[in-house]
Structure formats: C-alpha cells, structure tokens
Design a binder for this molecule. Structure first.
Ligand code: G3H
Ligand code: 13P
Ligand code: ZN
Length: 341
C-alpha cells in the first residue's frame, strides 16, 4: 500500500485507545528493523526522518528506501514524517518529496535552538497547515520548548524551563488547525534526560493530563520518549562504551500518557543504543571480523527487538489490519470540506 496519512493513523489510534511509536531512521538497516518489527507485531507505523537524516541520506536515498518498504510490507499502514522541520522551507520540501506528514517546529527559530515567539510559531505553522492540507498531508506543531540541545532540536534549557501552557496550547490549535500537537512536559532528546528515575517533579504528567482535558480531540505527541533502558546502557559499557548513568521516560509513564490523549510517541535514542551495543559486542568479541554485515545484522536485529517491544507496550500491535488507508486526495477533500463547514 502507498504511504499513508499520519492523521488517519492517529485518528484510528484514538478510536482504539492506543499510541503509535514514531521511530527515527537514517539508513536501510533502521528501516528494515522497523518494518520487520511491524510485521511481527502486526502494527501500523510512523517512520520519521529529521533534517539531519535527510541530509545524511541525501534525501532521495531515504525516500526510495521507504518506497521499497511499501512494496515489501504491503500489509503495514506506514506514514513518512518529517521530524522537527526547522523552517517553512524544510517542511515544504518534505511535502514536495512525498512525505505524508510534517512537523513544523515553530517553537524554535530556524537555528533549532533559539526559542521563538508565539506569533512566529502560529504564523509559520499556519502557513504549513495550508500547504500541507491542500495535499492531504498531516501537520504536527509544537508549543512549549523541549530541553536538551545536543541534537539541535532543543533550547539547551533544563526540561522544565518552558513547559507547555494549556491555555496557550488551546489557542495555538485554534489558530493553526494542526492535526497533532507536541507538548513540553519535562522530557528532552538524547540519552541524558533525568539524573534519577523521574518523579512528578521532573516529568509533568499532570500537565499532560490538563492539556488533554483542554484539547480532548487533539492528538498529543510525546517527544524525547526513549526509556534509555539500563540493559542497553550496560551492553554498551560492557564492551568499551562510556555512558554515564542516566534515566529516560519509564514505559508506564508513556502508557499513562496514552490513556490521556498521547497518540504519537517519538523514539530514537533507544534504537541508537540498541544498534551501538550490538556493534560494540561484535567488535569486542570478534576483532578478526571486517565484513560490515557481521555487525550490521546483529545491530538491525537489536533495533528490531526494541521496536517490537515498544509497539507492544504502546498498544499499536495487532492493529495493522483494522482499516483501509485513504488516499491523500481523499484526506485533502476532507480538510477542504471541514474548512468550508
Ligand atoms: O529529534 C531528535 C531525533 O533524535 C533526531 O536527531 O537530528 O540527530 O537526527 P538528529
Ligand atoms: P529520544 O531522544 O528520547 O529518542 O526522542 C526522539 C525524538 O523526540 C525525536 O523527535
Ligand atoms: Zn523530538
């Protein structure tokens, strides 16, 4: 089946009361890992590419790998999403290439680190909503600012400095018409999110619940949702890595989020950890190996395992065959009719 609208995936997830993992990719092995996990667990999926991923893969390599995935896994409803579009131009180029969903991250200026104004965010996001919906493409916006800075999608603040304000979130959705909304509740990107297991003081699930009450019909998105499992940290460190002790977002908190309107759960770091651990293990145990397949195969398998586990934990497992994907033209028609009503 062709690439599917992310809006449809999220609407179906809302009906079924589950979340959908959005996993980042940069290369063939990561796409294969996700597709195999989706097949094994019978899951719909969101595959997402950051601006860095598009540049690393020269864009079209990644896009054509995704087309190959649609041919080889016809049973899997799959959306291709631009993660953290830093500007109107980035989002427009993703739409032109065939992405079925884009994130206009207008919470930051195009440099990806300076917090923007509400007015800038509304204007840029509104412009993308108009361009995207005309083609049936989904839009995710962000209000509030995520912590962290290492990956270029955070303001370098601690996770709590710019939490999403529920009133502002409601106003933002009303003014922009976004399909999904990323919120800041204390998470940040990367491996170093929390120095100990998060509590209600550091991970503000109560804020998420408040936002959901204000916006019961908006699909919420949790960024920075890797759980950074100790087992994966340990494998890396056992084979020569140097990760400092750290905590991610516990799966049970994500599951609480899913009960309260979270439909898209962004995960990249856990996959990176799984891949790196598997590669380090081969390098340490079989230093005579030099065929890249000898370490890329276990790396792909390790990522598949973590993705399949998350698919089961988020509840999307078993839902791949629930619905017939709508063509993007049909989505565009629905947006037009909704705007006219
Ligand atoms: O949002 C962050 C993702 O982990 C992607 O990171 O920009 O390093 O590809 P990246
Ligand atoms: P993690 O770094 O927690 O995996 O978050 C990924 C993310 O939010 C991508 O947009
Ligand atoms: Zn993110």
């Amino acid at each position: 089946m062709p690439l599917v609208s992310m809006r449809q995936l999220l609407d179906e997830a809302a009906k079924g009361g589950y979340g959908v993992g959005a996993f980042n990719v940069n290369n063939m092995e990561q796409i294969q890992a996700i597709m195999e996990a989706a097949r094994e667990t019978k899951s719909p999926v969101i595959v997402q590419a950051s601006r860095g991923a598009r540049s690393y893969s020269q864009d079209r390599f990644l896009y054509h790998l995704m087309l190959a995935a649609t041919e080889l896994y016809p049973e899997t409803p799959m959306a291709l999403h631009q993660d953290h579009g830093n500007s109107v131009e980035t989002c427009k180029s993703a739409i032109a290439m065939g992405f079925t969903s884009v994130m206009m991250d207008g919470s930051l200026m195009p440099d990806g680190k300076t917090p923007s104004t509400f007015e800038y965010n509304v204007k840029a996001t509104r412009e993308i909503v108009e361009a995207a919906h005309a083609k049936g493409v989904t839009v995710e916006g962000e209000i509030g600012v995520l912590g962290g800075i290492e990956d270029g999608h955070g303001a370098g603040l601690d996770g709590l400095s710019h939490l999403t304000d529920p009133d502002q979130a409601a106003e933002f959705v009303r003014l922009t018409g976004v399909d999904a909304l990323a919120i800041a509740i204390g998470t940040s990107h990367g491996a170093y999110k929390f120095t100990k297991k998060p509590t209600g003081e550091t991970l503000k699930m109560d804020r998420l619940i408040e936002i959901h009450k204000r916006l019961p019909n908006t699909h919420l998105v949790m960024h920075g949702s890797s759980s950074v499992p100790k087992e994966l940290q340990d494998i890396i460190n056992q084979y020569g890595g140097k990760l400092k002790p750290t905590w991610g977002v516990p799966v049970e908190e994500i599951q609480l989020g899913i009960k309260n309107g979270v439909r898209k759960v962004n995960v990249d770091t856990d996959c990176r950890l799984a891949i790196t651990g598997a590669i380090r293990k081969v390098f340490a145990e079989k230093p005579e190996e030099f065929d890249p397949r000898s370490y890329l195969k276990p790396a792909r398998e390790a990522m598949k395992k973590v993705v399949a586990l998350r698919m089961t934990q988020f509840g999307q497992a078993g839902h791949a065959g629930d619905y017939t994907p709508l063509p993007l033209e049909e989505m565009a028609k629905r947006y037009r009719e909704h705007a006219a009503a």
